[in-house]
Design a protein around this ligand. Structure first.
Ligand SMILES: NC(=O)c1ccc[n+]([C@@H]2O[C@H](COP(=O)([O-])OP(=O)(O)OC[C@H]3O[C@@H](n4cnc5c(N)ncnc54)[C@H](OP(=O)(O)O)[C@@H]3O)[C@@H](O)[C@H]2O)c1
Length: 237
């Protein structure tokens, strides 16, 4: 029975991943702030699911909370970091930007380092982090896309360190997935349901893929966007 730690299990992609893994008889410990949602999963899967309430921004508590989570799991084969926030305003405001940086940059990297050390010690493991195709371009609300670029490059760096030790690192790059995070998004295309996203991610993790586009057609973004001149990007945004 695989033992999986998921940060951001209470909603969206993380929740769909949690459900799919529990249905395939894995043992899962899910993390997040929303205790009600975590309790709800526990009610559905009382035997194989447990949870750890944590706020990934609380740097002084995070490592201890993750240690508790892993002890509830009684080991860890896979760690998936799905927790994340985006901007809820079109204004450029520091509070929002700072929250994104604390969650997607500081919290993300602290959790990734925790998992890396754990896997190095036990000499196996698989770390997966959810970045985004937003990493390929800037956005007038800069923190979200910049944080996603940070996550992807951070995972690239960890992969260089860990793969030679037999530890896998996967970077998940979704386009649009219909979750609460993007429910107010007006212009959406190629949007996948979270269940479909979870299915694709789990299949790719099984195959130890380094880069996982969700859905696969979003790989096009990685080819088209980086060479676009600023003058054209300005027309799009
Ligand atoms: N949906 C998309 O179209 C899309 C596209 C590309 C990338 N992504 C990425 O996919 C990941 C999952 O997003 P989603 O769409 O599933 O969003 P979501 O439904 O809003 O879920 C976000 C998850 O992150 C957790 N989280 C947020 N802040 C946290 C904090 N301070 N401490 C602990 N957990 C925290 C939330 O749990 P609590 O509220 O319980 O804390 C929740 O479980 C994110 O990294 C997002 O950037 C999403």
């Amino acid at each position: 029975m695989k033992k999986i730690l998921i940060l951001g299990a209470s909603s969206g992609i993380g929740l769909a991943l949690t459900r799919a893994m529990l249905q395939s008889k894995c043992r899962v410990v899910g993390c997040g702030r929303n205790i009600q949602k975590l309790k709800q999963i526990k009610t559905e899967f009382p035997e194989n699911f447990d949870y750890q309430v944590l706020d990934i921004r609380q740097t002084d508590l995070l490592t201890e909370n993750l240690k508790n989570a892993v002890s509830k799991l009684n080991g860890m084969d896979i760690c998936i970091i799905s927790s994340g926030v985006s901007s809820d305003t079109s204004e450029l405001n520091w509070e929002t930007e700072h929250n994104i940086i604390q969650t997607n940059v500081t919290g993300f990297s602290q959790a990734a380092v925790f998992a890396a050390h754990y896997f190095i010690k036990q000499q196996f493991g698989h770390l997966a982090g959810i970045s985004s195709v937003a990493k390929y371009f800037g956005n007038p609300n800069p923190a979200y896309n910049a944080s996603k670029a940070f996550e992807a490059i951070y995972l690239d760096g960890l992969r260089l360190r860990l793969e030679r030790k037999g530890i896998y690192v996967s970077t998940i790059l979704p386009g649009f997935v219909k979750t609460p995070m993007i429910e107010r998004q007006k212009h959406m295309f190629w949007a996948a349901k979270p269940e479909r996203a979870a299915q694709l991610i789990l299949k790719a993790l099984e195959r130890k893929k380094r880069y996982i586009f969700v859905t696969r057609r979003w790989r096009l973004f990685s080819w088209i966007l980086p060479p676009l001149p600023f003058s054209l990007l300005r027309k799009i945004f």
